[in-house]
Design a protein around this ligand. Structure first.
Ligand code: FAD
Length: 311
């Protein structure tokens, strides 16, 4: 390379070791780019999930297993991994980007942000251990596992009410626990017409379990026997890194990154994919967007190199 500005540690650094990051890595590496994936597979939303709605993969597959296969595939295409978080990102004066991880400072020509979303929990005793065993943060993902079952939803906003109404068509009994609903009159009307039983002005105080969730207790002493509890408090993206780079976020809630159909953000050279780009939080979408982001970032790097070679 003639241009020193193109001499970086990697052509592409991908923030995120979930399905979006892994698929992006494979496509970028196949475009003859050097690629590093940062992040921890065990922090991917997929890690504790069981997937049965991903095209061409039949049965109920463990997310952990799928991630291991994905990493192995990516390694086969020459992708490097560093299981650390990015703690700081910056645009470099001579072009490209700097990424500070927990142990080192790295540079790249292009960045792909695929950090997923961190689902807010209630912080109840045993909550984390029961994820996938009765506790879920995603009605769209897990509702079908509760066909004919008794479930509760906790939340105050439209996500919780939509979730309860969706579950009402699938489960045999749905409770909605809320400290106070903040929803549109239309949604309130739909809720009132449904058979969802609402416990208003209540908090969940505890979880009763025996390997799987058996019941929840409320702050007024009520115990509700349930097979599932959906905590629908919305999702908070790891946006600080993106915001620091000047990446445009969704203007209403600042919880997702805005991209075009090439998964490009408003900052040249920065692409994004997966849950961090918005709903639906589904593996199929994450993989599809990862594919596009990987190809787009690969083309971006190739173009930079072609232009540098001409000068
Ligand atoms: C319980 C559960 C059940 C689900 N069931 C289904 C289902 O049945 N079907 C379906 O399609 N989807 C399901 N999903 C959703 C699916 O898992 C997600 O849509 C998918 O994992 C999103 O992929 P992603 O790559 O965007 O993000 P994630 O998989 O969440 O990966 C994010 C990655 O970013 C990394 N990261 C975060 N911050 C940083 C940082 N600062 N620096 C570097 N790396 C960082 C994390 O370590 C992680 O590796 C489920 C999710 C959950 C939680």
């Amino acid at each position: 390379m003639k241009d020193n500005n193109l001499n970086k540690d990697y052509d592409i650094i991908i923030l995120g070791c979930g399905p979006a990051g892994l698929q992006a890595a494979m496509h970028a590496a196949r475009k003859k780019c050097t690629v590093l994936v940062l992040g921890r597979p065990e922090r991917s939303s997929l890690y504790k999930a069981h997937i049965e709605n991903y095209c061409c993969v039949s049965g109920k597959r463990s997310g952990k297993e799928l991630l291991e296969i994905g990493m192995e595939q990516a390694r086969g295409f020459g992708v490097d991994f560093l299981h650390e978080d990015a703690v700081k990102t910056e645009s470099l004066e001579n072009g490209g980007f700097g990424v500070e991880t927990e142990s080192r400072h790295l540079t790249c020509l292009s960045l792909i942000i695929a950090t997923g979303v961190s689902r807010k929990g209630l912080g109840l005793k045993g909550e984390k251990d029961l994820v996938g065993k009765g506790i879920s943060y995603c009605v769209d993902c897990d509702a079908n596992f509760y066909r004919g079952a008794t479930v509760a939803v906790f939340g105050n906003g439209s996500a919780a009410v939509h979730g309860a109404l969706t579950l009402n068509d699938i489960a045999s009994k749905v409770y909605l626990i809320t400290t106070g609903l903040n929803i549109s009159p239309e949604l309130k009307n739909s809720l009132e017409k449904s058979s969802v039983e609402v416990f208003s002005g209540r908090k969940i105080k505890g979880l009763v379990s025996d390997k799987t969730l058996k019941a929840i207790t409320l702050d007024d002493g009520t115990t509700l026997e349930v097979d599932g509890l959906f905590i629908e408090l919305g999702a908070k993206g790891a946006m600080e890194l993106a915001a620091f780079l000047g990446v445009e976020l969704d203007p209403e809630r600042f919880t997702h990154i805005m991209t075009d159909k090439n998964q490009a953000t408003n900052i040249p050279g920065i692409f994004a994919a997966g849950d961090i780009c918005g709903l639906p939080y589904q593996m199929a979408k994450a993989v599809g967007e990862g594919c596009i982001a990987g190809i787009s970032a690969g083309s971006y790097c190739q173009k930079l190199k072609r232009e540098a070679a001409k000068n």
